[in-house]
Design a binder for this molecule. Structure first.
Ligand code: GLY
Length: 274
């Protein structure tokens, strides 16, 4: 399935297809170099498969895993490696990983030489259903999440649901929390569907596809988050607070889930007094 995000000259496709990461070679034909950013928690196999599609043009940068590394130091290291490898606007940058890799890589792509083509290959459920599309980029700074960043749309998002087979149960639950956020805010049918709690691969693919469709329609209406896109922050204000206070001991999706429960409860104080 391919979903088109219509944003005038910044329009792009989101491809959702098993084994898509092995079939992306044609994307890279027009570039001289393909700079791939991944992290130490992502199975190496995935960046290697994307690199193989790039036919000898790929350079791979591996950052340290974790939200605590979504910072200026890592950004500087990425930009430094891009410069050392002689990247120009005739080249492209790819993120292969979850939300942290996607956010910081897209940010680097948006500022390097005032913008270089960017492709996102999300490998976590959370980044598939939400963060890989829509063009939010950024890093954390001064204990505030995503406070430095840009809006910069990818040239394409390639979602390969088959890579989820290596994702931990905990990470899958985090992704389901973000999908549930989409359902709770915009699609009661998806919410009812998700209420059953456990899913086959086919059902998981349906959740991804429907979440991406919802995200697309919201981003098309309000790309710069002036109105309706703010709904996608449901649960995030409290969630980000918990995430920062806990020094990232809880994952993003877990904090968002707690934030959504708190916002939905008539007596949210009960959540915080135990
Ligand atoms: N993750 C929320 C948004 O892209 O607006």
């Amino acid at each position: 399935m391919t979903i088109r995000v219509n944003l005038a000259e910044s329009s792009y496709d989101i491809q959702i297809e098993n084994n898509a990461i092995d079939r992306c070679g044609n994307l890279f034909d027009k570039y001289n170099k393909v700079f791939i950013v991944t992290d130490s928690g992502v199975p190496k196999e995935y960046s290697e498969r994307v690199a193989k599609s790039a036919n000898g043009k790929a350079v791979v940068f591996v950052m340290k895993r974790g939200e605590e590394n979504k910072n200026f130091v890592t950004l500087m290291n990425i930009c430094n490696d891009m410069l050392t490898n002689g990247l120009t606007r005739k080249d492209c940058v790819c993120a292969v990983g979850g939300g942290v890799v996607g956010d910081i890589t897209a940010f680097a792509a948006s500022i390097y030489m005032r913008g270089i083509d960017f492709y996102n290959f999300p490998t976590t459920l959370l980044s598939m259903v939400d963060s890989s599309s829509g063009g939010k980029t950024g890093i954390d700074f001064g204990n505030v999440k995503n406070v430095i960043g840009t809006f910069y749309q990818p040239k394409k998002v390639i979602i390969d649901p088959s890579v989820l087979k290596t994702l931990s149960e905990r990470q899958v639950r985090c992704g389901l929390a973000e999908a549930l956020k989409m359902a709770a805010t915009f699609d009661s049918k998806l919410f009812d569907f998700m209420s059953k709690g456990s899913f086959t691969d086919g059902e998981m693919q349906h959740i991804i596809e429907r979440s991406v469709e919802l995200k697309k329609s919201i981003v098309e209406k309000d790309v710069k988050e002036k109105s309706i896109r703010k709904s996608l922050n449901f649960g995030h204000t409290i969630g980000h607070g918990i995430e920062v206070a806990g020094k990232e001991s809880r994952y993003h999706g877990e904090c968002v889930a707690i934030g959504m429960v708190a916002m939905s409860s008539s007596d949210s104080s009960a959540l915080f007094t135990r």
